[in-house]
Ligand binder design. Structure first.
Ligand code: ZN
Length: 159
């Protein structure tokens, strides 16, 4: 999934994109892995409530303040973004049961932009069984131009 972010730091709800890919994969039971391809973004799951989104952004600033004498700032002045990405994590794995993501009512999947605005790519990999056959689909989608690779069944090594 390619996302054009608009601010230096923001949370972008990508839940609908991920759900769409899971539905289109046809996989009924398996696992969905959402991962970011960058060192200054993260993937998190939490509630998409505007106050909470602001609180998360504020907390991140408190835990890793900008310009606190980081070594990496001598190179490209964005050490805070890398360190925040380390704390939030690069990916989330979500179970798929009966063709649906196993998420609670208030859980949304977010791309956390930590050093935008930039064009970002999120990878969505779905692994599971279709009619008893191990399958895997991979997609990169975009909020602007939805890019997707066609469905590619694949066998697990050693399965
Ligand atoms: Zn850097």
């Amino acid at each position: 999934m390619q996302v054009n972010t608009s601010k230096r730091t923001e949370l972008i709800d990508i839940t609908d994109h991920v759900k769409k890919h899971v539905t289109e994969s046809g996989i009924q039971n398996g696992i969905c892995i959402v991962s970011t391809m960058h060192t200054t973004t993260a993937i998190i799951i939490n509630e998409n409530e505007p106050g909470l989104v602001t609180d998360i952004l504020t907390l991140r600033g408190r835990i890793v303040p900008e310009g606190a004498g980081y070594q990496h700032d001598r190179i490209d002045n964005n050490a805070d973004a890398h360190l925040r990405a380390v704390l939030l994590g690069n990916s989330e794995s979500i179970p798929i049961r009966d063709g649906r993501l196993v998420l609670g009512t208030w859980q949304s999947i977010f791309l956390a932009e930590l050093d935008g605005p930039r064009k970002r790519t999120v990878d969505i990999t779905v692994i599971g069984r279709i009619n008893g056959t191990e399958s895997r689909t991979v997609r990169k989608i975009s909020t602007k131009n939805l890019k997707s690779r066609p469905y590619e069944p694949a066998y697990f090594e050693g399965a």
